[in-house]
Design a protein around this ligand. Structure first.
Ligand code: TXE
Length: 452
């Protein structure tokens, strides 16, 4: 049994059983049988089933959102938005089933073409920051491509995924096509990563654990999608709409209390606009409400756990020049108000490591080249933003930044229709969009001779 704690109240809200390690064998075998049935069904059946998952999620939206907020501590409005996105993701991939196909290839002596085959059984190892949303980015395309799915939620946040499993029982999926296992990553997650019957792991989490998963998966040559850490930058030029950039950059780092792989935890500002930007950013931060995530007006809930709060707090040392313009919430939850670190040394931890909490470093730069070099001076490369009214510069900087996605005059990172994933140590493979379908299929080449 693991105790699941509401991080805003510290009440124990559930005590789910851990899947016994001996059960994994039968779970994988069941998934393999279900997959063989699923892939032989008419594609209209698969399309219809995925659409019915979307309908089931929409009709249980409020329950799922309440669970996500109670378990993770995120504001209820954010949870509703995320559950809505889960339904939209299933609709998108229902539509993709009959729009994804191979190529014909000019060769001599016959017809050569490719078809996309499912991988088989896919294990989705999910994180705790967007538990159901990120799991759905992988469950939906994996099923659309004809795979079976086993999901392992993060230890602290299994509730929305367990509820999802319950509500989609009303959808007529082959028995065992979608299963959830619970428990510790190092035990249950590791067992899935080792199992020869699992063909692919889709993992979202830390770069360190991603490396362990990659090493273990090498033993059976599993396919991998890894969505790992980030240290993304917003680059703000003096000609930008500074008020808009400041407002959006506040949300881009303090949203989900900073527990976001795309968090822009570095803001790089052209030196001539630095003081004005800091004043606007600080003003926008001061308007954030840290408090009960069940209240509609709350902008930031607690951090997910006491251990995580301690880890995030360790970034703030006495050498830093720190502003903290928003009021914190009283105990008992794991609360942390937003912190703005002004012009820290470029080699400080706050500039180099993923923080995953409400701390931002604002640094000045002098030239476009300096901005690009500073943005790229990290082992990560997940997302980023450029703020400028100069279209040529926006393109030069967007192309120059070593990152999987970048927004110009916007702080968004994720759109269901567009590929999402990292450069460098932020991961490999792409989620979302039609690109995700590549990650859930193998390419088979077929040649038919015309010689006889
Ligand atoms: O992550 P882990 P943790 C970052 C963030 C955070 C740090 C640590 O910086 O502070 O990671 O968080 C499962 N084999 N991100 O400890 O360990 C685990 O059960 C297979 C960034 O929670 O990476 C969980 O389901 N699976 C991030 C998942 O891996 C294993 C989201 C992630 O856990 C395993 C979360 C193993 N050996 C944290 N060990 C993002 N990219 O958004 C653990 N797991």
């Amino acid at each position: 049994m693991t105790q699941i704690i509401n991080p805003a109240t510290l009440n124990v809200i559930a005590e789910p059983r851990e899947t016994p390690i001996e059960a994994i064998e039968a779970i994988v075998a069941r998934a393999q049988r279900a997959q063989r049935t699923w892939v032989r069904l008419p594609q209209s059946h698969r399309i219809d089933a995925l659409r019915r998952v979307a309908v089931a999620v929409r009709s249980n939206l409020e329950d799922l959102a309440l669970l996500e907020t109670a378990n993770v501590g995120k504001p209820i409005g954010d949870s509703r938005g995320e559950v809505g996105m889960v339904a939209d993701t299933f609709d998108y991939y229902a539509g993709a089933v009959d729009k994804y196909y191979g190529n014909t290839i000019p060769v001599d002596g016959g017809l050569d073409f490719t078809v996309r085959e499912p991988i088989g059984v896919v294990a989705v190892i999910a994180p705790w920051n967007f538990p159901l949303a990120i799991a759905s980015w992988n469950i939906a395309p994996a099923l659309a491509c004809g795979n079976a799915v086993i999901v392992k939620p993060a230890e602290m946040t299994p509730l929305s995924i367990l509820k999802f499993e319950e509500i989609i029982r009303e959808v007529d999926l082959p028995d065992g096509l979608f299963q959830v296992v619970t428990g510790r990553g190092s035990v249950v997650g590791q067992a899935l990563t080792e199992h020869p019957g699992v063909g692919k792991i889709s993992f979202t989490g830390s770069t360190e654990t991603g490396q362990t998963v990659m090493r273990t998966a090498a033993g059976t040559m599993k396919r991998l999608t890894l969505e790992l850490g980030g240290k993304s930058a917003s680059v703000v030029f003096a000609d930008a709409d500074l008020a808009l950039a400041a407002q959006a950059s506040t949300g881009a780092v303090f949203g989900n209390s900073g527990q976001d792989c795309c968090a822009r935890s570095r803001v790089l500002v052209e030196r001539s606009a630095y003081d004005d930007f800091v004043a606007l950013f600080s003003e926008a931060t001061g308007r954030l409400v840290v408090g009960d995530p069940m209240n509609e007006g709350t902008s930031m809930g607690p951090l997910v756990s006491a251990a995580h709060l301690a880890k995030v707090g360790s970034f703030l040392d006495g050498s830093l020049n720190i502003l903290s313009p928003a009021a914190n919430q009283e105990a008992p939850g794991h609360w942390m108000a937003p912190h703005i670190v002004l012009d820290p040394p470029r080699d400080h931890r706050v500039v180099r490591e993923e923080i995953f909490g409400p701390i931002v470093a604002i640094l000045p730069f002098d030239t476009e080249e300096d901005a690009i070099a500073l943005a790229n001076d990290t082992i990560f490369g997940l997302s980023g933003s450029v703020w400028t009214r100069d279209i040529g510069r926006s393109l030069r900087v967007a192309r120059g930044m070593e990152t999987g996605s970048i927004s110009v005059n916007s702080s968004t990172s994720v759109r269901i229709q567009a590929p999402f994933g990292g450069f460098k140590q932020s991961g490999m493979g792409r989620e979302l969009g039609m690109a995700a379908m590549d990650g859930y299929t193998e390419t088979k080449n077929i040649f038919i001779s015309t010689a006889i």
